[in-house]
Design a protein around this ligand. Sequence first.
Ligand SMILES: NC(=O)C1=CN([C@@H]2O[C@H](COP(=O)(O)OP(=O)(O)OC[C@H]3O[C@@H](n4cnc5c(N)ncnc54)[C@H](O)[C@@H]3O)[C@@H](O)[C@H]2O)C=CC1
Ligand SMILES: O=C(O)C(=O)Cc1ccc(O)cc1
Length: 364
Amino acid sequence: MLGRVAVVGTGLIGASAGLAARRAGAGRVSGWDPDGDVLRVAAERGAVEAAGTLAEAVAGADLVVVAAPVAELPATVRGVLDAASQGCAVTDVGSTKSAVCAAAGGDGRFIGGHPICGAETRGPERASAELFEGATWFLTPAAGTGPGLLRRVHGFVTALGARPVAIDPDAHDRLVALTSHLPHVLANVLLNQAGASRIDGHDPLQAAGGSLRDMTRVAGANPRIWVDIFLDNREALAAALGDQRRRLEQVEAALAAGDAGFLARWIAEAAGNRRRLLATAYDDPGALQRLRVHLPDRPGVLAGIFQALGAERINVEDFEMEHLSTDRGGTLTILVAGEREAGRAANLLEAQGYGVVVAPVIDE
Ligand SMILES: NC(=O)C1=CN([C@@H]2O[C@H](COP(=O)(O)OP(=O)(O)OC[C@H]3O[C@@H](n4cnc5c(N)ncnc54)[C@H](O)[C@@H]3O)[C@@H](O)[C@H]2O)C=CC1
Ligand SMILES: O=C(O)C(=O)Cc1ccc(O)cc1
């Protein structure tokens, strides 16, 4: 039983938490956001019941979820702890944990939190009750955390479909510097580098293939969130960037020396690491096959393909649609488990007149 929940900051993550809490049977979900329009939309979407003030939202709650931008979290969490009852658990969803945990000053009611999921968008318009399904959700219990309150936050995270993982706040910040903040920095660097270049009159962005698109999905993500995250985690991020620079220098040196052996070993090491990365999302990543299908830009084409695969009971593990232009159509990438299934899917789509390229996701 989730009891009464309050959400402070009803943007993308806060409103998603509200929707998911309601779906999981929370008694009542009240919400507050300093932006009246955001709060109104969150309420219209059924994520929260709008409260007039932070104190009104928090009054009578068993659990408060603070979902404000990282720079606002220390002061907001302190304000929530002042307003909340002695038996109320308080958590947050911020992308960094050290500063907000320090600001809570050892108050046993606060347990930091961070769901590892999201979208390159913001605001309650895009909120979804399913956002947290299957996601890792870090929690930072401390020595003074009350066991009953930890059980409440743990139960809340589980009820939203996520997997709670306990971690020390500083370790959390070093870990996400590597897994999330560094990739976001590099996505912006890659696009700005290609975007600022002209090669013999050509704009590289007009001629980019799948690798640039795949590596820059998160470029340009919500600056209201990401400026705060980069600055708040600047130490761990600087260390990660320093290590990155040394690794790039190794590649530069191998290129200068024509060291094919180094390059082959380096690629093989990355293939092994990619297998371990995918193993967290797929049961047998080695069996995954990637089908690339070029599609015309016409309504119903995608539905037709999925219906045909569904009728043959071919399970689509994952897919992505890359739209090129109205004239050039787009590329559909489908992941299917097993060579036999991939072959069946390719035959089916070729019989419908599509060109299909099949390749293993991990090329041994
Ligand atoms: N977007 C994502 O993919 C993820 C974001 N996070 C974290 O979740 C938090 C919220 O991010 P989003 O929902 O994506 O951003 P958002 O921009 O959609 O929502 C943030 C909301 O916080 C409100 N806000 C600003 N100052 C506030 C204050 N002092 N008190 C209460 N609310 C305040 C804003 O008006 C806005 O509605 C951030 O700390 C972010 O680091 C965590 C995991 C994933
Ligand atoms: O995986 C990523 O880096 C994302 O882009 C989604 C995301 C964004 C912010 C977080 O704090 C956690 C996950």
